[in-house]
Design a binder for this molecule. Structure first.
Ligand code: ADP
Length: 451
């Protein structure tokens, strides 16, 4: 495949598309993951803030009595509540009270009067954090150092339901920002690595997926070349014969007859090749799912082998061979398929057996059966096939000994056709052979279930 430019180009294009699609999917997934994580953290944080703010709000609402003024009970609620002045920020921090969760997670609490002026602060004291007097329910703030905070505001009421002012509760979200930053960094840094792996994987996968197409393309190329070669031989013979005849000054009846006989012979050969090619092409289409043959006939194999034995008896005698029929099945052995094609398949095996068995030899057609399969075996005592050749003889146009095969009229398509017919019938074909001793071709077909 590496040397074929068309396939290399297609492979490159497919791999590029694969990488583009995969990278787009990864980018979409990474953005969604980032958004989902951020949203989930924000929701969790808001829920926590709401719950803390509500607890403090409820505490204050029960003790406040004059709008904008803090009484002792209110000051007792938050132990480090500092009436608002610059001094609140002068202390080196404050003592953490273990019972108060708000101090552990960097919360701050601010109390504002109705006009939005600060009255007191507690918790984490950040001087540079702006005081928002609009009291929006949710707010994201930054201190002077760029650290982020999230804040919620609630309206405070006195015991008599008068508006007292506002409660602002906020906390640092630096921890969340850092965590999301790490996740983002991992996603961004991992991206080139993932893209490289996708690129390598895409190249390998596309190559693997294209391999069967490439092999089939090579087979078609080989097949076309072989077919052209096979057709060229009789055509060249006809041309040479005609030209040599035309070069003679006069034509007598004997030479004319001889020329015509040669032409007729070569014509027959051409017709045989063309009809074999047409059968193969129909079988190929059948195997690719087109219904070129009806495969629903009930074929009784006993009758089929009887007819074949009868048909080839004369040919066997002419070749000084014994043709035997050995039927080991008493009952009619039925398979579902196409009788014409099955007849052609067994005929091809029997013709080969007769052609490749020297005089005085024997060709036996056997019929056997197991519970699920019917087997037709064509045995001969002929020349046999060497082990390495046994795998190749089913290839199109393959002949072990092309000269001998040509003498017998063979073009190397007989076994390829037999194989395609067996495959169309969902069966199998195998050869057992020993050079100089003979061959056995065994065809197994699925049997029609009678019970
Ligand atoms: P061909 O038309 O040349 O016989 P086939 O496809 O039928 O082509 O067979 C392919 C080759 O297999 C033949 O050329 C022959 O060499 C070998 N072959 C097939 N059947 C037999 C057999 N029964 N005994 C020995 N050789 C065989």
């Amino acid at each position: 495949m590496k040397r074929n430019r068309l396939f290399q180009q297609t492979r490159r294009q497919l791999a590029t598309w694969f990488v583009v699609v995969m990278i787009s999917i990864i980018i979409i997934c990474e953005i969604s993951l980032d958004r989902t994580l951020t949203r989930a953290h924000q929701l969790h944080l808001d829920r926590e803030l709401t719950s803390t703010a509500n607890t403090i709000h409820n505490g204050f609402s029960n003790v406040l009595d004059i709008p904008g003024e803090l009484n002792l009970s209110a000051i007792d609620l938050l132990p480090d509540l500092c009436p608002y002045s610059d001094r609140c920020y002068e202390t080196d921090g404050f003592e953490l009270l273990p019972v108060e969760v708000i101090y552990k997670v960097e919360y701050y609490v601010r109390l504002l009067d109705k006009e939005g002026e600060p009255i007191a602060i507690a918790g984490k004291r950040i001087k540079s954090l702006p005081i928002d007097s609009s009291n929006s329910q949710w707010l994201d703030l930054l201190d002077d150092d760029g650290y982020p905070y999230r804040q919620t505001s609630l309206e405070l009421h006195t015991k008599d339901q008068e508006v007292w002012g506002y409660l602002q509760v906020g906390r640092s979200v630096e921890e969340m920002r850092e965590y999301l930053g790490i996740v983002r960094r991992v996603l961004i840094l991992g991206f080139p690595f993932a893209a490289t792996l996708i690129g390598i994987g895409a190249w390998w996968l596309v190559g693997k997926a294209m391999m069967p197409i490439y092999l089939s393309y090579r087979q078609i190329q080989q097949f076309t070349a072989d077919a052209a070669h096979e057709l060229r031989t009789p055509l060249a013979a006809i041309r040479a014969t005609v030209e040599s005849t035309l070069m003679r000054p006069t034509l007598n009846e004997i030479s004319t007859r001889s020329t015509l006989e040669t032409i007729s012979r070569q014509n027959q050969r051409l017709s045989k090749i063309v009809s074999d090619l047409m059968i193969l092409s129909r079988l190929d289409r059948q195997l690719s799912g087109w219904n070129t043959f009806a495969l629903d006939e009930l074929v009784v194999l006993n009758d089929l082998v009887n007819d074949i034995a009868e048909e080839f008896a004369a040919l066997a005698i002419a070749n000084n061979l014994q043709l035997r029929l050995q039927n080991e099945v008493a009952q009619p052995l039925e398979v579902v398929g196409n009788s014409e094609q099955l007849y052609r398949m067994v005929s091809n095996l029997v013709i080969n057996a007769i052609n490749y068995t020297p005089a005085e030899g024997t060709v036996t057609i056997m019929l056997k059966a197991t519970r699920s399969e019917a087997a037709i075996e064509v045995r001969d005592t002929g020349i046999g096939i060497a082990k390495p050749e046994q795998k190749r003889i089913f290839n199109r146009f393959y002949r072990v000994n092309s000269d001998r095969s040509r003498q017998t009229g063979g073009s190397g398509l007989g076994l390829a056709i037999a194989m395609a017919i067996v495959q169309a019938h969902k069966g199998s074909i195998e050869v057992i052979s020993k050079l100089g001793e003979g061959s056995a071709f065994i065809v197994k077909l699925p049997r029609l279930e009678n019970d």
